[in-house]
Design a protein around this ligand. Structure first.
Ligand SMILES: [Zn+2]
Length: 123
């Protein structure tokens, strides 16, 4: 059961677009959703909004209620695109050992190698 989950490549389609201001044309951020962004407002689901200068996206129920940071103008979707992301071999157990500093054993091995090399050069 668990190996099935990890070996199966997962494909997810995202609809992405820039959020642009009607009035001044500045890009306020970008939206991304697994549902088409052009869906009728009453059927819209929360989309992820990445605002310019902010690293973390926020779930927004209706981006149409958002306003431009600079002039308060209404926003529209520009440069809409469809992207497919593959979540392949994504395994937390594999990632864990790569994080943090190398184990002490490795540091010790490298130190001994360097000392050996230096003693050979000195000879
Ligand atoms: Zn504006």
């Amino acid at each position: 059961m668990t190996t099935e989950i990890f070996s199966k490549p997962l494909r997810r389609t995202f609809f992405v677009a820039d959020l642009k201001c009607y009035m001044c044309g500045s890009v306020v951020g970008s939206v991304e959703s697994e549902q088409p962004l052009t869906a009728a407002p009453h059927t819209s689901r929360p989309v992820l909004v990445r605002q310019a200068g902010s690293a973390t996206p926020t779930a927004t129920l209706n981006w149409r209620h958002m306003r431009c940071d600079r002039c308060g103008g209404p926003l529209f979707l520009d440069e809409s695109d469809v992207i497919t992301r593959r979540y392949e071999d994504y395994n937390w157990l594999d990632e864990r050992p790569r994080r943090g500093p190398p184990p002490k054993r490795l540091i010790e091995e490298r130190r001994r190698e360097r000392e050996l090399l230096e003693s050979q050069q000195a000879a």
